[in-house]
Design a protein around this ligand. Sequence first.
Ligand SMILES: Cc1ncc(C[n+]2csc(CCOP(=O)(O)OP(=O)(O)O)c2C)c(N)n1
Ligand SMILES: [Mg+2]
Length: 332
Amino acid sequence: MHRGGQRWLFTHQTMKELLTYYRQMLLIRRFEERVLELFGEGLIKGTAHPCVGQEAVAVGACAALRPGDYVTSTHRGHGHLLAKGGDPRRLMAELFGKATGYSRGRGGSQHVAAFDLGFLGSNGITGGGLPIATGAALALKMRRESRIVLAFFGDGATGQGTFHESLNLGAVWKLPIVYLCENNLYAMGTHIRYTCPVPNVADRAAAYGMPGVIVDGNDVLAVREVVREAVDRARRGEGPTLIEAKTYRLLGHSKGDTDRPYRTREEEAQWWARDPIRRCRERLQQANLLEPARDEALRAEVEREIEAAVQFARESPDPDPAVDLGEVFRPG
Ligand SMILES: Cc1ncc(C[n+]2csc(CCOP(=O)(O)OP(=O)(O)O)c2C)c(N)n1
Ligand SMILES: [Mg+2]
């Protein structure tokens, strides 16, 4: 087990890339905030799990992938899809249950997939993405393809049987896969100290004979760096890596979790001080790449993109029950 992501230099190129990551993280943040508002307006039904605070994991990890690579996601998957190249309009339409959504409005927040983007689905089953990712990696290996899979999952998912089964087979078969745990310290209201007997999720990698790497999940460049190393290893045919990105969800577990009695406001304030977007902005400002006017212009641009997504979703047609139900209940 080692701590990764500290060995790189900031080249001018890296700093320019950081600006695009900053924009992507802002887009994800505003998407999530807008989704919560839309529940309030009654335009989105069901539930959603905002990834506010965890944007750097999604963006840093996807920045290390090629377009043809696959990812699997979780119930907290909007950021993963947007970072993998998802169009906010089509994701918003999916949340509205509209025919123009990525899964034609039938998947919703927790079961949306975009195969053309290599996005094998968000997943409402905790730990449910892990065997899907492992199976996809097995298929890629059997077909001798150079693509790889990255599985996002939460700390809570590491208590599921699927975690053991997937990492075990992934390691035994040396599959081209990266297991990326977003340790945000909580599974719903349960702190990880009550469910994990070792100090780090990454310590568990030893049981599977694979490298276990810890990274600051609120540092987008650090995440990109460690994921790159793991992706290269997977592509070389050397098998999986378990990465633990230490992060925090700054809002409630889901849109209904507003009081959060299981944790203190002081703890939250400490993590707000480590907000990945704020840290990224400060780094860009120190490099003179983000003067206030530019920052303002960028934010306004993101705002317009989000509003365009909402408008697209509102104006999109509902799915046609004649077509869509026919596809759900395929007769014998
Ligand atoms: C198999 C299963 N058990 C329980 C749940 C209820 N549940 C939904 S999210 C969640 C917590 C997941 O925690 P974690 O994996 O850490 O992800 P996070 O919510 O922190 O992103 C649980 C227990 C579920 N969806 N699926
Ligand atoms: Mg968690």
